[in-house]
Design a protein around this ligand. Structure first.
Ligand SMILES: NC(=O)c1ccc[n+]([C@@H]2O[C@H](COP(=O)([O-])OP(=O)(O)OC[C@H]3O[C@@H](n4cnc5c(N)ncnc54)[C@H](O)[C@@H]3O)[C@@H](O)[C@H]2O)c1
Length: 250
């Protein structure tokens, strides 16, 4: 599939779905930057990849900081020789505070949006010049079914904005041969989902799905593999729902 010798950054890769992306990219032949604000988590995943015979480095990043995303890009390009792929997976999800729109403290709203909305925008701007140097690249923004739910509060609003960023930056970066697509998972079996969603919510959603089971990290990894590959070479600005048929858009 042409992944051998490529360099990939996965943000939020210190656990959960991001860990799955990072390990899979390494198995396919990429050198992987395991980037997370959780330095210990990033280190654990990078060490596991290296122990399995892959190539990886851990990078501490706060995706809500322009300086930090720029430093991440510089470090990765310097240590791994360039950048071909970026997975904008980091978000405040596990352990997120659950407030209503009327009650969410404004400071928490701003912090949340700076990570879950601005994060993909800042990381994309930081890495795009390095992709350009390689003649192009591919980016995936991690969205969610919640983007289309009118009751998912600020979590869904941030993912809807991320979809807009995906489309707008796909238009701007297409001429540089950089493709940007989104993956919108439905309820997926991770530690964060198990600990951060209201009791019974996931079961009640899963029961309504056309394919009535929880998503697995592998479902996201398979979609990621296609969207990054040359087989998706004329696909950009799209959000692929990987959700058992939860969201069916006209
Ligand atoms: N699990 C699901 O059901 C589900 C469904 C739809 C979308 N998603 C999305 O998938 C992604 C991963 O979800 P997960 O279940 O693995 O959750 P998770 O909470 O385990 O993963 C998020 C990761 O982002 C990191 N992170 C948080 N703030 C950061 C920051 N400022 N800078 C860098 N890293 C930061 C965390 O340390 C964590 O490792 C998230 O974007 C989430 O919104 C998850």
């Amino acid at each position: 599939m042409g992944f051998s010798g490529k360099v990939a950054i996965v943000t939020g890769a210190g656990g959960g779905i991001g860990e799955g992306y990072a390990k899979a990219l390494a198995e396919w032949g990429c050198a992987v930057a395991v980037a997370d604000i959780n330095e210990a988590g990033a280190q654990r995943v990078a060490e596991a990849i290296v122990a399995a015979g892959g190539k990886a480095i851990a990078v501490k990043v706060d995706v809500s900081s322009e300086d930090s995303t720029k430093a991440m890009a510089t470090t990765v390009a310097g240590e791994l020789g360039g950048i071909d792929y970026l997975i904008n997976n980091a978000a405040i999800y596990g352990g997120m505070q659950l407030h209503t729109m009327m009650d969410v403290p404004y400071d928490y709203w701003k912090k949340f949006m700076s990570v879950n909305m601005d994060g993909c925008f800042l990381a994309t701007r930081a890495v795009a010049p390095y992709m350009e140097q390689r003649g192009g690249g591919a980016i995936i923004n991690q969205s969610s079914s919640a983007a289309w739910l009118s009751r998912a509060g600020y979590y869904g609003i941030a993912k809807l904005a991320l979809n807009g960023i995906t489309q707008n930056m796909a238009m701007e970066l297409g001429p540089k041969n950089i493709r940007i697509n989104g993956i919108a998972p439905g309820p997926t079996d991770t530690e964060a989902t198990r600990t951060s969603t209201a009791e019974g919510l996931v079961d009640s959603i899963v029961a309504t799905l056309a394919l009535a089971r929880m998503g697995q990290v592998k479902d996201m990894v398979d979609a990621c593999r296609f969207l990054l590959s040359d087989e998706a070479g004329w696909i950009t600005g799209q959000i692929l729902c990987v959700d058992g048929g939860f969201i069916m858009r006209p």
